[in-house]
Structure formats: C-alpha cells, structure tokens
Design a protein around this ligand. Sequence first.
Ligand code: 13P
Length: 254
Amino acid sequence: MKKQFIAGNWKMNLTMDEALGLARKLCDESINSDVVDIGVFPAFVFLRDICEILRDSKVYVGAQNMYLEESGAFTGEVSGAMLRDVGCTHVIIGHSERRTIFQETNSMVNSKLKAALSFGLKPIMCVGEKQEERDADQTSEVVGNQLSEGLAGLTSEQVKKLTIAYEPVWAIGTGKTATPEQANEVHTFIRDTIKSKFENDTAQNIRIQYGGSVNIKNADELLGQPEIDGALVGGASLEPGSFLDIVSAAGRLS
Ligand code: 13P
C-alpha cells in the first residue's frame, strides 16, 4: 500500500491570523506524518509565512495555482520560480474552480504542469467530471481527455512526480460525496489510462487522491478503497481538528 497523501486546499479563505494559527496548530500536532504525507495549500499571500512556520515540520506547503512563465509582463500572476523562492514544494494545477471560473483549458493545464516540473515543484493535477457529464455517461471520456491532453508530452519520469486528484465537480463543496465504489471505479480508470500512456511502474506508483466533500464521517470508507491513495480536502481542512481527524483516518490504514 502506498503512503497516503492528505492535502488541504484552503481556497480563498481565512484571515492572516487564522491562516498562520492553523499552520502553527498543524506544526504542533502533525503526529501521523511518518505514515501519512500531509500538505497545505494556502492563498498566495500567506505562503511565505506559512513556509517559515512549517519549515522544520513534515507538512508540505504548496500553492493553489501558478502561471506558466518564469517572469515578465503578466499582471496579477505568480510564477513557479516565485513559489520555489518562498519555499513551496508543491502546486495544485487544473483545479475545477480554475477550469470553470477562470476558463483554464487542458492545454493550459499541460503547459502549467510542464512549467511546475521545470521549477522543481511537485504538482497535484486535478481532474473530474461535471454532474451533467456523469448523467450523460461521459465520465470516462471527460476524465480521459483531461489526462491525455493534460499529460501530453510528459515523460514517465515526470509523471512519477505528480499526484492526481479525482474531484468530481458535483461533489465539491456540495456535501454530496461520490460513493466509495464510484470513486474507486474512476480511480481505476485513471490508473489504467496512465498505464496505457506511460510505464506500468509509473501507473502503479502514482498517488490518486479523491476530493469532494471529504470529512471525518466518510474518510475511513473512501480512504479504505484499494485505488484511493489520499484526499484533497477543501472545507474540512480549514479547521485543525477535522483535518487532523482525516489525517488520522489515513494513518490507521497504513
Ligand atoms: P470540499 O472538500 O469543500 O468539497 O472541496 C474539495 C476541493 O475542491 C478540494 O480541492
């Protein structure tokens, strides 16, 4: 069994005091970090301070997005080089909120993945279908396209550095979770797709997180599925108790 990876995507939430307080709590209490990988993804403006707070802990710090160029006239954007500079090791690429609200395409996700890897960042690449796509039986087609276009031109060695997060759009922030069986089925499809494009070893070793209304009530069952290697947690990661409970649930499976 792979080491589970529990990541908290804080989205556009928390004040500075709250964000730094949450990071300090995680630093003090990240007891399970020998058996579970833990990561937090705060808003850009808090990253530098949070990298500092968590520097001697085992909690990874990453950004929720980045731009694909190193520097230049791209008003409002932040580069992978800047993220590395402040101490980030990870970055989320292609979150469904980026795709739907900010019109990010598979081709942009592909360029951003390449840029992130070139700056030594480890990406969490998000994929997932919308409700109407699931209803129309298009989940495999949509997720398959996100993977083939998003991973185009990457080598097996590069793909090994990635984590994939399967986040069905209809389950994000809605309280509606995919059943463990539904999630496991798509995770199996994702692993098979990676196997068909890259080496078997790459497919077997890549971690596939589930995301979408994960909380302490459903974490045990979801994380207990054979193809689920962790969780990308939104709402429940904003409070140290509920996030660490999910980390503990992952720890019990190790
Ligand atoms: P929720 O856990 O709030 O549904 O968010 C999931 C998510 O989008 C994590 O990236």
